[in-house]
Design a protein around this ligand. Structure first.
Ligand SMILES: [Zn+2]
Length: 243
């Protein structure tokens, strides 16, 4: 492990064996202050590694959001720990040592968990690359607001749901905001240039997206279009089915 990716004091990261383009090298489960953050997939070897990292004493399990790659092991782990609580908190709630901050976007139920100047960021921030924001319920607009909320905080380290620790939270959050707004500019340029179909909009505004992630890119396009539609910034002759 590179020295800059060392665990912050008091934190143990256990990486689950579920690598994929969407989960990078696997889901990060964190053991901190006797609690398990995002227990990950229900895979026996992973659950055992989390138990070992906790030294057999788990007070509770807390989730950043309900997606299965973060939450599936919650029930078996909590049961094996003697029936400890499993909490997916609302924004503003205090859970064990953590304060939850609502950060909808990647999912409507998403929260980040603050412990001092550490932020367990779930899928609001990835250690590498960008986060997948599916369309629906104004997700992209919410996501940008969530990034702005995190930017207001004095954070030392982001502990993301996937990938390495982020040691300069403010720079990363600014980069994320800028990346989305740049994508929006490219999309608006493509629309202004007459692109109206999914294929043409992706070709012009996502020319750098890997072909293997086409399905995710197509959904990301829809999330952007949804935001622009809510803002009244879309032409009315888009290819049908895009909104
Ligand atoms: Zn997720």
């Amino acid at each position: 492990m590179a020295t800059h990716d060392r665990d912050p004091d008091g934190v143990r990261r256990v990486r689950a064996p579920n690598p994929s383009p969407m989960t990078l090298d696997g889901t990060n489960t964190y053991v901190v202050a006797g609690w398990v953050v995002d227990p990950g997939p229900a895979e026996e070897g992973h659950i055992e590694a989390v138990e070992a990292a906790a030294g057999g004493a788990i007070e509770g399990v807390v989730l950043t959001h309900s997606h299965p790659d973060h939450s599936e092991a919650a029930a078996p782990l909590a049961e094996r720990a003697g029936g400890v609580p499993i909490v997916l908190p609302d924004g503003g709630a205090q859970v064990g040592p953590f304060r939850a901050i609502a950060t909808p976007g990647h999912s409507p139920d998403h929260v980040c968990l603050l412990l001092g100047r550490l932020c367990f960021a779930g899928d609001t921030v990835m250690g590498q690359g960008s986060v997948f924001i599916p369309p629906g319920e104004g997700s992209l607009a919410s996501y940008l607001d969530s990034l702005r909320v995190l930017l207001e905080l004095d954070l030392e380290v982001l502990c993301p749901g996937h990938g390495p620790y982020v040691r300069d939270p403010r720079a990363k959050l600014r980069e994320y905001l800028e990346h989305r707004l740049e994508r929006e500019r490219l999309l608006l340029d493509a629309l202004e240039g007459g692109a109206r179909s999914e294929g043409e909009l992706i070709r012009r505004a996502w020319s750098d997206a890997p072909a293997a992630l086409y399905a995710a890119t197509s959904l990301t396009l829809r999330a952007h279009l949804e935001k622009l539609a809510l803002e009244g910034r879309l032409p009315d002759d888009l290819e049908t089915g895009l909104l």
